[in-house]
Design a protein around this ligand. Structure first.
Ligand SMILES: OC[C@H]1O[C@H](O[C@H]2O[C@H](CO)[C@@H](O)[C@H](O)[C@H]2O)[C@H](O)[C@@H](O)[C@@H]1O
Length: 557
């Protein structure tokens, strides 16, 4: 095994907080322990004096302090997690926006949609003034504008979550809030060269599914704001370069000796993820070789970059977590998103009068469309399959295509290209993919399952996630096929019903749902199920906007 690729160092504060996190675990024990809490703390005074106090804590042989000493140290030297992310009322929020969800006729559903809409007030934040004054005291990054957080332990803005948040904000007619999220993400590109996983100092070494161009073009289509589109374009082009160069770029030669350039996830990090450092160290404990350990950490961080953390999708052996091999996979969805990015950049360049760039990116999109068809499409299955790179002397950047390298397992991601317009221009393909989805086993009582394997990981069966439901249903609905549209509507209805029932039962919106049981939220994974919740709220509003809800359709399941 060979760990290669760049490493972007993190800040001294992050490194120190990881030590605090480790001491917290040994001192307080595993029950109710969330490692992320400790890397979200901010300093009250200089790092050096805080480090001195930390090193002076009396400890026993295993490194634990007394609970009293430790709690006092935390209280004396830190502001609590979330202290630097301030609740900020969005200026464009009104309790019932004009023209809100005109096709939602059922009064119960309408009343609930207004409640979901009102949740934007709870999830809207800005960075506290102190962060701008002394950024070195915080792991929170000094974003310039207001933003919407997912909720609960996720106290900062997240990259791909923001797409569904924005879709919901557009249904809520909150165009300014939607634009300020984009401004923040553009700020990250200007600072770091790419959009970070989330706006924290410990997320600076990786990105997340790239959907910024989709956010910009959705906002542009609703508002017609050319100035906004024009401002976003240089950042989008920079982001495109990030995903199509260096370690992210892989060339596959097909059977006709034609080269196809595709992209993969690849974090610039080979240590434990700071937000889950204690967990990662434990998972890696059975790996003794230093370079193999580093490679494992790189795979863990790269999997966090996929947004699907974690899933058997990325594991060579489904029962052994240390076999994560994300950097050896060309993912279908990532390449579909980049195809979307190329089409969006072409479109936005055209409307802002840049013909040259428009043509350039249209050409790039045609090449990627061809690459996706050649490398991922599987005619027998009627799905696009992830492609596993062969580990030839650790040189994975150039390879020759082999049919046996397509991963035959069923994942919801095998259907994501349908979301990108250029794939639904072919009616026979749409028909094939729709049938394949119907017989895949993924369509369940309360939505689309992430995979067919119940591994205990959160991006596996029986969990269903808002982004997956949306991309597949929207793709089907817009494909032009009547049959596909019916399937799409059925998915949306099931999803809305389960969100509604869970909300009525628990009083909150959830991060993920159990697609086997209507009204149940999901579980598994490394942290307890979270509520709030940005993308789930966004999708309920976006689905209700797209499909409506007739007066006489039942909401119960
Ligand atoms: O702390 C563990 C991991 O948490 C995040 O991942 C999950 O939540 C995100 C926010 O809703 C979501 O974007 C992601 O798809 C989820 O799996 C975080 O993004 C990870 O990087 C982090 O390690």
């Amino acid at each position: 095994s060979c760990d290669s690729g760049p490493v972007k160092p993190t800040t001294p504060l992050v490194t120190f907080l990881e030590q605090v996190q480790q001491t917290a675990l040994t001192t307080l024990g595993k029950s109710h322990f969330d490692p992320k809490l400790y890397v979200d703390l901010s300093l009250k005074s200089e790092l050096s004096s805080t480090q001195n106090a930390f090193h002076k804590l009396p400890r026993s042989a295993n490194g634990s302090a007394s609970v009293k000493d430790f709690n006092e140290f935390i209280k004396d030297y830190f502001e609590g997690a979330g202290h630097d992310v301030v609740l900020a009322k969005p200026e464009d929020f009104v309790p019932e926006p004009e023209g809100f969800l005109p096709n939602v006729k059922n009064p119960e559903v309408r009343a609930w949609a207004l409640e979901v809409h009102s949740l934007w007030k709870n999830l809207s934040r800005k960075v506290a003034g102190g962060v701008h004054k002394r950024p070195e005291y915080h792991t929170l990054l000094p974003l310039p504008e207001k933003f919407i957080i997912p909720g609960s332990r996720f106290r900062e803005v997240y990259y791909w979550d923001s797409y569904w948040v924005i879709r919901g904000l557009l249904a809520s007619k909150m165009y300014d809030t939607a634009k300020s999220i984009v401004t923040n993400l553009i700020f990250l590109i200007e600072e770091y060269g790419y959009v970070l996983n989330g706006a924290r100092a410990y997320y600076t070494n990786r990105s997340q599914p790239p959907l910024l161009s989709a956010m910009v073009s959705e906002i542009y289509k609703r508002t017609g704001d050319l100035e906004f589109a024009r401002k976003a374009l240089p950042a989008l082009i920079k982001e495109h370069e990030f995903w199509n160069s260096g370690i992210h770029k892989v060339v596959i030669q097909d059977e006709q000796a034609c080269n196809h350039s595709l992209s993969r996830y690849y974090a610039m990090w080979n240590q434990p993820r700071p937000e889950s450092s204690t967990l990662d160290k434990e998972l890696a404990s059975k790996i003794l070789n230093v370079s193999e350990k580093q490679q494992f950490y790189r795979e863990v961080a790269s999997t966090a970059e996929t947004g699907w953390d974690f899933s058997t999708r990325w594991m060579r052996n489904h029962s052994d977590f240390t076999t994560l091999a994300t950097t050896s996979i060309l993912p279908v969805d990532l390449n579909a998103f980049i195809l979307g990015m190329e089409r969006d950049i072409a479109f936005l360049s055209k409307v802002t009068g840049d013909r040259r760039n428009s043509e350039l990116f249209l050409k790039a999109s045609e090449a990627r469309h061809k690459a996706i068809k050649t490398v991922f499409w599987n005619e027998t299955k009627g799905q696009w399959l992830d492609y596993w790179l062969s580990d030839i002397k650790c040189n994975t950047e150039h390879q020759t295509w082999e049919a046996s390298n397509q991963n035959q397992n069923v994942f919801a991601s095998n259907f994501i290209p349908l979301w990108i317009e250029s794939f639904y221009s072919d009616p026979s393909m749409v028909e094939k993919v729709t049938k394949s989805l119907q017989s895949s086993g993924l369509l369940r009582a309360a939505g689309i399952a992430t995979s067919l394997t119940n591994s205990g990981q959160q991006w596996d069966f029986p969990n269903g996630w808002a982004p997956i439901q949306h991309m597949i249903a929207e793709g089907l609905a817009r494909s032009g096929s009547k049959e596909a549209k019916l399937v799409a509507e059925d998915i949306a209805v099931r999803w809305i019903r389960t969100n509604y029932k869970a909300y009525k039962k628990t009083g909150v919106m959830h991060e993920k749902y159990d697609v086997e049981k209507c009204g149940e939220f999901g579980g598994g994974g490394e942290y307890v199920p979270q509520t709030g919740f940005g993308w789930s709220n966004g999708l309920v509003l976006a689905f209700l906007e797209e499909f409506g809800w007739p007066q006489d359709r039942k909401i119960d399941c």
